[in-house]
Every structure is written in C-alpha cells, then in structure tokens.
Design a protein around this ligand. Structure first.
Ligand code: BTN
Length: 275
C-alpha cells in the first residue's frame, strides 16, 4: 500500500515488505497512535518523507535501532554513537493554524523535556530552537520537517536522544557540547520506557495546544529555557545585529531586544547565533 507496487521504499530505492503501522491503542490523539520499528534505516525522518503514504497516519511513530545517515538542522549530520540512542520520528497533523507551524519544534521540545524530567534526569533545559540540554550539554536534538498534503500541513517531528554511553564516545568536536543521560546522571534508562514517556508527554502538550492553551505552553517553554537573557547575533537586511533573548512572542517566534537601542525584534529559528 505504500508505493506504486504496494511496497515501502528504502534509501537505495529498493522496495521491500515492511509490516503495516501497528496500532498502539494507548488513548493518545496526536503522537504515538501507530508504530513502525525498523532495525536500520538511513534516517527515520527521511524514511517517512519518501514513503508519503505513511504521512496519512496521524500520530505514527517510526523508531529504528540504527540510523546510517541521521540528519540534523541546517543540513548537518546527526551522528550515531556507540552507546544507545533513541531515534524516532512522529507524523503530526497539527490543526493550530499555519502561523503556529514553526512552533511545533518548541512544543515537541517541551514534551521531551517533561518526559526526561519525569524520568528523574535532573538539570534540564530547553534551548532555542530545538535542543534539550542536560547539565548544559546537548542530550537531545529535534528536527521538524513540513510537507503539505492536500493543502493540510503534515509535520515529521524527528527526535534524537542520547540515552547511554560515555561522553568520550562522541567525536572530539562534540565531546564538550554533547552528552548522554547515562553520562550525566548514571541512570541506565530503558529506551522503550523513554519512548512511552515522550509520546505521552508530547501527546498531552499537543492536546493542550489544540485546546487553546498554546500561550501557557510558550510561557512554560520560557520558564524551562536556558535561552532567556542570553546574547545572540543575527543577520538582518545585510547587517549583523546583536541583542538579548527576551522570550517568545504570541506565535512562538523569538523576541530579541537589540543591544543598540533596546527595540524588540522577532526572529525565526534559523537566524540566531548564541554568543
Ligand atoms: C539537530 O540537533 O540538529 C536535530 C537532530 C535530530 C535528529 C533526529 S534522530 C531521528 C530523526 N531522524 C533524523 O535523521 N533526524 C532526527
């Protein structure tokens, strides 16, 4: 049912039979209603995006034991480590209005943050726009990608969470910036349990957002963020500007107070560099 010849398409272009999305029946509405588990794929986001028929399954989560070409924001690689990572992508059908689409990354981050807090992970923070920090190091990254299907937005929300292993397992350039739950807390958490926790928390966040509570969620994001008050640089109309993060505006864009004149500017995800 997934491609012309009823087969799922793999990165090589080869088609093979993979089981139907399995219904999970956990009372979730937006995230984690169906599941496909793969032993290996290039990227769980890419897997969903090239198997367009799967995007009809609202709440479908795709997990994989291994990714061979995990992707991060701005075309970066998302590297696997020798320890254990939880990698997943969720098909979301948000009905919040298209102006809120960039904020899906923030809501996803808030859901993951709450799940990790429930699991006793300690000093956590969300960082603009798509990271979760543990003891000030990145433990989780989020990559949301948008497709329009029959004029309706579909978001593939990809989550990469470093669960087990030491910091020494990251390549040198990441060793000071990336971490795992185990390295920071000594906790050896079960990936399936973490998955359940993330799906439950994200589903609740999205239910709240769809019930008109999005402003409250943005305030929660701010309260649990390491980004407020931090200095940033960004390009605007050919000039390099600097300022301090003031918070989120009414649709979840970043408000930056300019160092030069104190005027507030609103920015979207791609634009800022922390200083
Ligand atoms: C980032 O920090 O730049 C985002 C990283 C997102 C990684 C996850 S892992 C699961 C999903 N599949 C991908 O290829 N990327 C996301």
């Amino acid at each position: 049912m997934y491609s012309k010849n009823n087969r799922l398409v793999h990165p090589t272009g080869a088609a093979s039979k993979i089981s139907e999305p399995e219904p999970l029946n956990k009372g979730r509405r937006f995230a984690g209603r169906f599941r496909i588990h793969l032993t290996e794929t290039d990227s769980t986001n890419s897997f969903l995006l090239r198997n367009e028929e799967l995007l009809k399954y609202e709440g479908l989560v795709v997990t994989a034991d291994r990714q061979t070409a995990g992707r991060g924001r701005k075309g970066r690689e998302w590297l696997g480590i020798n320890g254990e990572q939880l990698v997943l992508s969720i098909v979301l059908h948000p009905e919040l209005g298209n102006h809120y689409l960039p904020a899906i990354t923030l809501l996803t981050g808030l859901g993951v943050y709450k799940a990790l807090r429930d699991e006793g992970c300690g000093l956590l923070a969300v960082k603009w726009p798509n990271d979760i920090l543990l003891n000030s190091r990145k433990v989780c990254g989020i990559l949301c990608e948008l497709r329009m299907m029959a004029s309706q937005p579909v978001v593939v929300a990809g989550i990469g969470l470093n669960v087990k292993g030491g910091r020494g397992e990251f390549p040198g350039f990441l060793r000071n910036r990336a971490t795992t739950i185990e390295a920071e807390t000594g906790l050896s958490l079960d990936k399936e349990r973490l998955l359940e926790s993330i799906l439950n928390r994200l589903d609740t966040v999205l239910k709240q957002a769809h019930k008109g509570k999005i402003t409250e969620l943005f305030r929660e994001w701010e309260q649990n963020s390491d980004s407020i008050g931090r200095g940033v640089r960004f390009h605007h109309k050919g000039s390099l500007l600097a300022g301090e993060i003031a918070g989120l505006d009414e649709i979840g864009r970043l408000k930056v107070r300019l160092a030069s004149n104190g005027v507030s500017k609103t920015l979207i995800a791609e634009e800022v560099e922390f200083i």
